[in-house]
Design a protein around this ligand. Structure first.
Ligand SMILES: [Zn+2]
Length: 158
């Protein structure tokens, strides 16, 4: 994947119309989301299952704590692809796709930004600590807050 090249929402949705519920608002990550969408399409093709509304439902794509979150219900297991994209999002600026890192402002809002897009109020901070127990990924903050991503966030239809 080429970093620093913006894929417009229109380009992204033309290539992958099923991403329409997402809309393409996270400009800097559209390249990453394009790559993930292509991998999902390839996996469905390998399994000879059509990427139809019966097999796949995109629930939500958003940024949370400076990371990409991609919530869906899928007939084909794709958790590994989503987890890989989430990991990559932690070093790509969400505004422009250039190399970035986790930043925090005074209100403790987290975003992944490059030096150019980190305004004065945002400063780099160490990555969040993560622990995975029985498929549930917990993210820890120094302030003692906790966020958990359940395996059910990547549901597989059986
Ligand atoms: Zn940037």
């Amino acid at each position: 994947m080429e970093t620093g090249k913006i894929i417009t929402p229109q380009e992204l949705l033309t290539r992958h119309p099923w991403l329409r519920p997402y809309g393409g608002a996270l400009l800097g990550w559209n390249g990453l989301i394009d790559e993930l969408a292509t991998q999902i399409e390839m996996r469905y093709a390998e399994q000879k299952i059509a990427l139809s509304v019966e097999a796949f439902h995109l629930r939500q794509v958003k940024e949370k704590f400076g990371e990409l979150r991609f919530y869906c219900v899928s007939a084909v297991p794709i958790q590994d692809l989503i987890q890989n994209a989430t990991l990559k999002s932690t070093w790509l600026c969400q505004e422009c796709g250039s190399a970035g890192c986790l930043m925090q402002n005074e209100r403790r809002w987290l975003r992944t930004l490059c030096d150019k897009h980190a305004t004065d109020e945002y400063t780099a901070r160490p990555s969040l600590k993560k622990v995975t127990v029985d498929g549930v990924t917990f993210t820890f903050f120094e302030e003692g807050q906790l966020d958990a991503v359940m395996p059910s966030d990547y549901l597989v239809i059986r």
